[in-house]
Design a protein around this ligand. Structure first.
Ligand SMILES: [Zn+2]
Length: 93
């Protein structure tokens, strides 16, 4: 990996957000988990929606993703490669 310190920190932040509980836009309970790339589902009310690839479409998530995109473009060209770090978020969900 050729990411600089800033991008690595931003990626770690995003990954932490991806794993933590997210608030459901319908019932507002923090029971939303990631079902796939950009697909999220609430365990309480069953509401399924698409959002950000790594976090639901929240202002924080959007800001973080933009920051990552910007940093990655500046530091490592157009490549971001979060999915290529040997992790498989789909397993065990
Ligand atoms: Zn819900």
């Amino acid at each position: 990996m050729r990411y600089g310190r800033k991008i690595r920190k931003a990626v770690a932040t995003i990954e932490a957000q991806t794993r933590s509980a997210h608030k459901c836009p319908r019932c507002e309970r923090a029971s939303v988990s990631r079902k796939g790339t950009g697909v999220w589902k609430c365990a309480k009310c069953g509401y399924t929606f698409t959002g950000g690839t790594y976090v639901p479409q929240t202002p924080v998530g959007i800001t973080a993703q933009r920051a990552i995109k910007r940093l990655s473009e500046r530091e490592a060209g157009a490549e971001i490669g979060i999915e290529e770090r040997g992790e498989n978020p789909e397993v065990g969900v």
